[in-house]
Design a protein around this ligand. Structure first.
Ligand SMILES: [Zn+2]
Length: 113
């Protein structure tokens, strides 16, 4: 996503440069902008469409976290809430205070996506 955001910024800058009074710069900018649009399979949409879609899009699920989960080092030997594997004291785990349970970090991430 970071790379795409960077590409979009670059294309926006290139499009602005197509208004350059120097014809060669304007033409080169247009060619590069079009190439980036093509190579990245981007689509042209009416102004305001992206902002409208962003408003409607739900929060990305990967950012969802059960309330008050903390990442801690397990104080006791126990077992993972999700996979049941044993968790040794000292292992980094996700702690679910409401369930008073722990989960492996990977299982916790998996449970959230
Ligand atoms: Zn697990």
């Amino acid at each position: 996503m970071q790379a795409l955001a960077h590409t979009l910024e670059k294309i926006t800058a290139l499009i602005a440069r197509t208004a350059s009074p120097f014809e060669e710069e304007a033409r080169t900018s247009a060619v590069i902008a079009c190439r980036l649009i093509r190579e990245n399979s981007l689509e042209i949409v009416p102004a305001g469409t992206v902002a409208e879609l962003r408003k409607r899009a739900p929060e990305p699920r990967s950012q969802w976290m059960p309330p008050e989960v903390r990442f801690i080092r397990a104080k006791f030997d126990g077992s993972c809430l999700w996979c049941g594997e044993s968790v040794e004291a000292g292992t980094r785990v996700a702690y679910y205070p409401t369930e008073r349970a722990v989960a492996c970090i990977d299982c916790h991430r998996g449970a959230c996506s």
